[in-house]
Design a protein around this ligand. Structure first.
Ligand SMILES: Cc1cc2nc3c(=O)[nH]c(=O)nc-3n(C[C@H](O)[C@H](O)[C@H](O)COP(=O)(O)OP(=O)(O)OC[C@H]3O[C@@H](n4cnc5c(N)ncnc54)[C@H](O)[C@@H]3O)c2cc1C
Length: 537
């Protein structure tokens, strides 16, 4: 049995090509590209992304971006809604900063060519769960992420100081005396490369793929969180995974998200007996925050002994429904479902990782030289539960502030900056073949079974034992495939999630424990910091 290693692979700097840049951005979703665009033209930025540039959670966002844009709305309302959803763990000063910057960030996207949907010449604003007012801008009906990313990718392509490498997998962050000095990257066909950066911005997104039922695309395997953890940056609040209540549940579908905006426009949730069960659960009914709705759905499925519940849009104007939700309409039709006349089967799925790399207001991590923005972080905006449509916004605001902060720090550093490269060797465990897909599938099923919407000690303890066992013979190996590295990262993240969930003996926000169903402010109104990497085994 071998212990986990600081780096996923061995490397010798004398035999590895080097690349130097002022700023390295890891990830090309909304946070990474927004960060890159904030860096002034005199500094070089290298953006690396592990797949094609279109593969990010950002690209799949449907509902929209929240911001106070209507005369009937006020900053105080958006702040209050965010804090209310966050279950006592939001940082009010971060919420204030993000909410107040939202209108300007949205205007900036418009200046960069984003076409948000309009109504009578004004931005069309919708409402989602937990929002007291209509304040969500959206694009192409229900393909906001696609349109925003189209504009932001085009803008990045025009910036002469931004270089983009797609299919460039970040294996690990490089550190010199606990300061981040870049990353080790693998490019299939081109080999490994040491990228030395004066400042590094981590924008590698979430970890929904740790679960079998998830809305996230395959890139969301928590690589950046795991790499930051191995390098010594602090992670916190890993027990808080947000489940989206309404994920299409049809055999053969890739767990497609049915946007919250569908309920915002008036859709009902019904059980198998066609009862509108949310009316008994919460005064806000279908528009209650996501955790409330997801838990109510799980209770309803248990009560009715049925694997799903249904979304009902039959009472809404069919023309409007099709115009407003063309993407959802198309996907459902692919399964023979007409959203204007049929009930749509849904159940909750893993959606958004609230915990992650701890950052302060400008996006600074606890590791000098390393900044982070977006879903990879725990910024204090979401607390214990993210309010819908606040995360693209977080990516914009923190992406911009990381770009600014990293650029300022890099400008002050000498051009002749060199970090002494060091070799990294270990004796990998090589005995026997390993079926990486089999362990990956087992992990993802285990997480659905024991770390889902409703958790209890016994199940989580089983999950902890199984994951600890897999870690013992997987983390000590050296892989040379993306699937192998992703499995190592997912196991590391799953381990941290289970440990935190076991430790937090209460229910708060998205973390619901049937053995501790009450919120306990006296003991638990605080963040849970992850143990150091050396204590993982
Ligand atoms: C289906 C869906 C719908 C959503 N709808 C909304 C919505 O309407 N409104 C809202 O506010 N939020 C929504 N969200 C959440 C939101 O999309 C994400 O939280 C947000 O886009 C995260 O942005 P990001 O830039 O931090 O990460 P991402 O957009 O996920 O980008 C991460 C980037 O890092 C790269 N990467 C990952 N690992 C590595 C590695 N090892 N090496 C190199 N690169 C790597 C990825 O390839 C990707 O380019 C939705 C999410 C999903 C999945």
């Amino acid at each position: 049995m071998a212990a986990p290693h600081r780096y996923l692979v061995r490397f010798n700097p004398k035999k590895t090509p080097h690349y130097f840049t002022d700023i390295l951005v890891i990830g090309a979703g909304i946070s990474g590209l927004r960060a890159a665009l904030e860096v002034p033209p005199e500094l070089d930025v290298l953006v690396v992304t592990k797949d094609s540039i279109q593969q990010s959670n950002s690209n799949y966002a449907q509902g929209g971006i929240a911001g106070v844009l209507s005369p009937e709305d006020r900053f105080e309302n958006h702040i209050e809604d965010t804090i209310q959803a966050g279950g006592g763990l939001c940082h009010p000063e971060i919420v204030q900063m993000v909410v107040r910057e939202a209108p300007e960030q949205i205007q900036e996207l418009i200046r960069w060519g984003t076409h948000f949907d309009l109504e009578e010449g004004h931005l069309a604003l919708t409402r989602e769960g937990g929002h007291s007012h209509r304040r969500i801008v959206h694009a192409l009906g229900d393909a906001t992420g696609h349109e925003v990313m189209r504009a932001i990718i085009a803008r990045s392509g025009q910036a002469a100081n931004i270089t983009l490498w797609d299919n460039a997998f970040t294996l690990d962050l490089l550190a010199n005396e606990n300061t981040c000095v870049g990353a080790l990257v693998d490019r299939p066909g081109l080999g490994r490369m040491l990228i030395w950066a004066k400042q590094t911005i981590l924008a590698s997104g979430g970890a929904g793929m740790v679960y079998r039922e998830t809305t996230n695309p395959p890139v969301a395997t928590g690589d950046g969180m795991a790499a930051a953890y191995r390098a010594g940056a602090q992670l916190r609040d890993m027990e808080f995974m947000q489940f989206h209540p309404t994920v299409l549940y049809v055999a053969g579908s890739s767990r497609f998200l049915i946007s919250e905006a569908v309920r915002g426009e008036g859709a009902y949730l019904r059980d198998k007996n066609l009862e509108r069960f949310m009316l008994q659960e919460d005064p806000r009914a279908e528009l209650a925050p996501r955790d409330v709705v997801a838990q109510a759905i799980v209770r309803c499925m248990e009560r009715t002994q049925h694997p799903n519940v249904y979304l009902d849009l039959k009472h809404l104007d069919p023309g409007k429904v099709r115009r407003r939700f063309p993407g959802i309409d198309k996907v459902c039709r692919g399964f023979g479902l007409d959203i204007t006349t049929d009930l749509v089967p849904i159940r909750p799925g893993a959606h958004y990782m609230i915990g992650g790399v701890t950052v302060a207001s400008a996006g600074r991590t606890t590791m000098p030289g390393l900044w982070a923005a977006g879903e990879v972080t725990s910024s204090g905006l979401h607390g214990a539960n993210r309010l819908a449509s606040n995360s693209l916004l977080e990516g914009l605001v923190f992406g911009a502030s990381c770009g600014r902060g990293a650029a300022e720090a890099a400008s002050g550093m000498s051009d002749t900056f060199t970090a002494l490269p060091h070799s990294f060797h270990f004796e990998p465990e090589t005995d026997g073949d390993l079926d990486v897909s089999d362990i990956t599938n087992s992990l993802r099923s285990l997480m659905v079974r024991h770390m889902g919407v409703v958790r209890r000690r016994q199940g989580m303890q089983t999950a902890d034992n199984d994951v600890a066992f897999w870690c013992r013979y997987v983390l000590g190996r050296e892989f040379d495939t993306r699937q192998g590295w992703e499995l190592q990262n997912m196991l590391t993240i799953a381990r941290l999630m289970i440990r935190s969930a076991l430790e937090r003996e209460e229910s708060r926000g998205v973390h619901f424990r049937s053995d501790f169903p009450q919120r306990d402010d006296e003991r638990w109104q605080r963040h849970l910091e992850c143990p150091a990497f050396s204590e993982l085994v």
